[in-house]
Design a binder for this molecule. Sequence first.
Ligand code: HSX
Length: 236
Amino acid sequence: MPLPAVVALGAQHFCLDQSDDQVKRIAKSLPWYGPKYSPHDVPSFYDVSGITEDPAVFQLVVDFFVERYRSQGEDGPTHIAGFDARGFLFGPPIALALKIPFVMIRKAGKLPGVLVTSGTYVTEYSTDETVMRLGSVRAGDRVVLVDDLIATGGTALAGFDLVDQLGARVHEFAAMVSLPFLDGVGKIHAYKEGKYKDVPCFTMVDDASIGPEMCSDPPEGTPRMVSAEQAGTMEA
Ligand code: HSX
Protein backbone atom coordinates (compact mmCIF):
# COMPACT_ATOMS: atom_id res chain seq x y z
CA MET A 1 0.00 0.00 0.00
CA PRO A 2 1.42 3.46 -0.85
CA LEU A 3 2.52 5.52 2.11
CA PRO A 4 0.37 8.55 3.06
CA ALA A 5 1.04 11.86 1.33
CA VAL A 6 2.92 14.70 3.02
CA VAL A 7 1.20 18.07 3.40
CA ALA A 8 2.81 21.46 4.13
CA LEU A 9 1.27 23.23 7.13
CA GLY A 10 3.50 26.28 6.79
CA ALA A 11 7.08 27.22 5.98
CA GLN A 12 9.22 24.17 6.85
CA HIS A 13 6.38 22.51 8.75
CA PHE A 14 5.06 19.26 7.31
CA CYS A 15 2.60 16.60 8.41
CA LEU A 16 0.80 13.61 6.95
CA ASP A 17 -2.44 14.10 5.04
CA GLN A 18 -4.88 13.84 7.96
CA SER A 19 -7.70 12.63 5.67
CA ASP A 20 -5.73 9.51 4.59
CA ASP A 21 -7.18 6.27 6.01
CA GLN A 22 -3.78 5.06 7.18
CA VAL A 23 -3.21 8.34 9.04
CA LYS A 24 -6.65 8.04 10.61
CA ARG A 25 -5.63 4.56 11.75
CA ILE A 26 -2.50 5.99 13.43
CA ALA A 27 -4.55 8.77 15.06
CA LYS A 28 -7.19 6.32 16.30
CA SER A 29 -4.50 4.13 17.86
CA LEU A 30 -3.56 6.94 20.24
CA PRO A 31 -5.44 6.98 23.54
CA TRP A 32 -5.25 10.02 25.79
CA TYR A 33 -5.86 10.45 29.50
CA GLY A 34 -7.05 13.39 31.58
CA PRO A 35 -5.06 14.74 34.56
CA LYS A 36 -6.46 12.17 37.05
CA TYR A 37 -5.07 9.26 35.06
CA SER A 38 -1.85 10.70 33.71
CA PRO A 39 1.57 11.33 35.25
CA HIS A 40 1.35 15.09 34.66
CA ASP A 41 -1.19 17.85 35.11
CA VAL A 42 -1.98 18.40 31.42
CA PRO A 43 -5.44 18.44 29.83
CA SER A 44 -4.69 15.44 27.57
CA PHE A 45 -1.76 13.08 28.01
CA TYR A 46 -1.27 11.20 24.71
CA ASP A 47 -0.03 7.66 25.12
CA VAL A 48 2.12 6.44 22.23
CA SER A 49 2.11 2.92 23.61
CA GLY A 50 -1.09 2.76 21.54
CA ILE A 51 1.25 2.79 18.53
CA THR A 52 3.93 0.47 19.91
CA GLU A 53 1.36 -2.10 21.07
CA ASP A 54 -0.14 -2.36 17.58
CA PRO A 55 2.58 -3.88 15.35
CA ALA A 56 0.85 -2.90 12.08
CA VAL A 57 0.57 0.76 13.12
CA PHE A 58 4.08 0.81 14.59
CA GLN A 59 5.42 -0.63 11.32
CA LEU A 60 3.51 1.97 9.28
CA VAL A 61 4.97 4.81 11.35
CA VAL A 62 8.52 3.47 11.10
CA ASP A 63 8.18 2.68 7.37
CA PHE A 64 7.02 6.19 6.67
CA PHE A 65 10.09 7.81 8.24
CA VAL A 66 12.48 5.24 6.76
CA GLU A 67 11.11 5.88 3.27
CA ARG A 68 11.17 9.66 3.80
CA TYR A 69 14.85 9.70 4.74
CA ARG A 70 15.96 6.90 2.40
CA SER A 71 14.49 8.76 -0.58
CA GLN A 72 16.78 11.70 0.23
CA GLY A 73 19.77 9.59 -0.81
CA GLU A 74 23.15 11.14 -0.09
CA ASP A 75 21.48 14.30 1.22
CA GLY A 76 19.64 12.31 3.89
CA PRO A 77 20.46 12.14 7.59
CA THR A 78 23.69 10.65 8.93
CA HIS A 79 22.31 10.11 12.47
CA ILE A 80 18.99 9.71 14.29
CA ALA A 81 18.89 11.18 17.82
CA GLY A 82 16.01 10.36 20.16
CA PHE A 83 14.80 12.23 23.22
CA ASP A 84 14.64 10.49 26.58
CA ALA A 85 12.40 8.58 26.93
CA ARG A 86 9.75 8.07 24.26
CA GLY A 87 12.01 9.21 21.44
CA PHE A 88 13.89 6.00 22.27
CA LEU A 89 10.91 3.98 21.02
CA PHE A 90 10.80 5.42 17.52
CA GLY A 91 14.40 6.43 16.76
CA PRO A 92 16.13 3.02 16.91
CA PRO A 93 13.97 1.12 14.37
CA ILE A 94 14.28 4.03 11.93
CA ALA A 95 18.06 4.25 12.40
CA LEU A 96 18.51 0.49 12.05
CA ALA A 97 16.53 0.33 8.83
CA LEU A 98 18.61 3.18 7.43
CA LYS A 99 21.82 1.60 8.79
CA ILE A 100 22.86 4.81 10.52
CA PRO A 101 23.68 5.40 14.21
CA PHE A 102 21.06 6.06 16.85
CA VAL A 103 22.16 8.60 19.50
CA MET A 104 20.55 9.19 22.90
CA ILE A 105 19.60 12.64 24.16
CA ARG A 106 19.29 11.76 27.83
CA LYS A 107 18.00 13.42 30.94
CA ALA A 108 20.91 14.67 33.07
CA GLY A 109 22.53 12.17 35.43
CA LYS A 110 22.20 9.04 33.26
CA LEU A 111 24.98 9.01 30.64
CA PRO A 112 28.67 8.13 31.11
CA GLY A 113 31.58 9.96 29.48
CA VAL A 114 32.15 13.63 28.78
CA LEU A 115 28.81 15.32 28.30
CA VAL A 116 27.45 18.46 26.69
CA THR A 117 24.50 19.94 28.58
CA SER A 118 21.49 21.76 27.21
CA GLY A 119 21.23 23.78 30.44
CA THR A 120 17.77 23.90 32.00
CA TYR A 121 14.73 24.42 29.80
CA VAL A 122 10.98 24.52 30.29
CA THR A 123 8.52 22.03 28.78
CA GLU A 124 4.72 21.80 28.85
CA TYR A 125 4.79 20.50 32.43
CA SER A 126 8.33 20.54 33.84
CA THR A 127 11.81 22.04 33.93
CA ASP A 128 14.44 19.68 32.56
CA GLU A 129 18.05 19.36 31.50
CA THR A 130 19.30 16.98 28.81
CA VAL A 131 22.77 15.92 27.73
CA MET A 132 24.57 14.33 24.78
CA ARG A 133 27.90 12.57 24.90
CA LEU A 134 30.78 14.54 23.41
CA GLY A 135 31.64 12.81 20.12
CA SER A 136 28.22 11.20 19.62
CA VAL A 137 27.71 13.53 16.66
CA ARG A 138 30.37 15.64 14.98
CA ALA A 139 30.87 18.55 12.63
CA GLY A 140 29.24 17.86 9.26
CA ASP A 141 26.75 15.31 10.63
CA ARG A 142 23.07 15.74 9.71
CA VAL A 143 20.93 14.69 12.64
CA VAL A 144 17.21 13.90 12.72
CA LEU A 145 15.75 14.64 16.17
CA VAL A 146 12.91 12.25 17.09
CA ASP A 147 10.37 12.53 19.88
CA ASP A 148 6.91 11.15 20.52
CA LEU A 149 5.23 14.53 20.88
CA ILE A 150 5.84 18.25 20.53
CA ALA A 151 3.97 20.60 22.84
CA THR A 152 5.70 23.92 23.64
CA GLY A 153 8.85 22.99 21.70
CA GLY A 154 11.09 23.40 24.78
CA THR A 155 12.44 19.85 24.61
CA ALA A 156 12.98 20.02 20.86
CA LEU A 157 14.90 23.28 21.14
CA ALA A 158 17.17 21.79 23.80
CA GLY A 159 18.04 19.10 21.24
CA PHE A 160 18.60 21.67 18.48
CA ASP A 161 21.03 23.55 20.72
CA LEU A 162 22.88 20.38 21.78
CA VAL A 163 23.41 19.27 18.20
CA ASP A 164 24.50 22.80 17.30
CA GLN A 165 26.97 22.94 20.24
CA LEU A 166 28.47 19.65 19.02
CA GLY A 167 29.13 21.22 15.62
CA ALA A 168 26.55 19.13 13.73
CA ARG A 169 23.28 20.36 12.29
CA VAL A 170 19.67 19.30 12.66
CA HIS A 171 18.40 17.75 9.43
CA GLU A 172 14.78 17.59 10.62
CA PHE A 173 12.77 17.46 13.83
CA ALA A 174 10.19 14.65 13.81
CA ALA A 175 7.36 13.95 16.25
CA MET A 176 4.45 11.52 16.13
CA VAL A 177 1.93 13.91 17.74
CA SER A 178 1.67 17.70 17.82
CA LEU A 179 -0.45 20.05 19.90
CA PRO A 180 -0.85 22.93 17.43
CA PHE A 181 -2.43 25.25 20.03
CA LEU A 182 0.95 25.40 21.83
CA ASP A 183 2.74 26.27 18.56
CA GLY A 184 5.93 24.32 19.31
CA VAL A 185 7.03 24.37 15.68
CA GLY A 186 6.45 28.13 15.45
CA LYS A 187 8.65 28.57 18.53
CA ILE A 188 11.45 26.47 17.01
CA HIS A 189 11.40 28.57 13.84
CA ALA A 190 11.23 31.90 15.72
CA TYR A 191 13.97 30.97 18.24
CA LYS A 192 17.01 33.29 18.44
CA GLU A 193 15.89 35.48 15.54
CA GLY A 194 15.24 32.52 13.28
CA LYS A 195 18.45 30.55 13.85
CA TYR A 196 16.59 27.30 13.01
CA LYS A 197 13.94 28.74 10.67
CA ASP A 198 15.14 26.68 7.70
CA VAL A 199 15.09 23.34 9.50
CA PRO A 200 12.05 21.21 8.53
CA CYS A 201 9.77 20.00 11.30
CA PHE A 202 7.64 16.95 10.61
CA THR A 203 4.67 16.23 12.86
CA MET A 204 2.77 13.09 11.96
CA VAL A 205 -0.71 13.63 13.43
CA ASP A 206 -2.23 16.55 15.29
CA ASP A 207 -4.38 16.25 18.36
CA ALA A 208 -7.51 17.32 16.47
CA SER A 209 -7.23 14.13 14.38
CA ILE A 210 -7.09 12.02 17.53
CA GLY A 211 -10.23 13.60 18.94
CA PRO A 212 -12.20 13.47 22.20
CA GLU A 213 -13.41 9.92 21.54
CA MET A 214 -9.90 8.61 22.23
CA CYS A 215 -10.16 9.66 25.88
CA SER A 216 -9.39 6.44 27.77
CA ASP A 217 -10.11 7.52 31.34
CA PRO A 218 -11.78 4.67 33.22
CA PRO A 219 -15.17 5.08 34.95
CA GLU A 220 -15.32 7.71 37.72
CA GLY A 221 -13.95 6.40 41.00
CA THR A 222 -11.52 3.86 39.51
CA PRO A 223 -8.29 4.09 41.51
CA ARG A 224 -5.18 5.25 39.65
CA MET A 225 -2.95 2.61 41.22
CA VAL A 226 -4.01 -0.92 42.11
CA SER A 227 -2.14 -3.85 43.62
CA ALA A 228 -1.32 -6.91 41.52
CA GLU A 229 -3.95 -8.79 43.51
CA GLN A 230 -6.68 -6.21 42.76
CA ALA A 231 -5.67 -6.12 39.09
CA GLY A 232 -6.60 -9.78 38.73
CA THR A 233 -10.21 -8.91 39.56
CA MET A 234 -10.47 -5.88 37.24
CA GLU A 235 -11.21 -5.49 33.55
CA ALA A 236 -8.55 -3.56 31.61
C1 HSX B 1 6.66 15.05 26.68
O1 HSX B 1 7.15 16.37 26.77
C2 HSX B 1 7.17 14.45 25.39
O2 HSX B 1 7.61 13.12 25.52
C3 HSX B 1 8.27 15.39 24.94
O3 HSX B 1 9.57 14.92 25.22
C4 HSX B 1 8.00 16.68 25.67
C5 HSX B 1 7.31 17.66 24.79
O4 HSX B 1 6.96 18.82 25.50
P1 HSX B 1 7.50 20.23 25.08
O5 HSX B 1 8.93 20.31 25.51
O6 HSX B 1 7.35 20.36 23.60
O7 HSX B 1 6.64 21.19 25.85
O8 HSX B 1 7.00 14.35 27.81
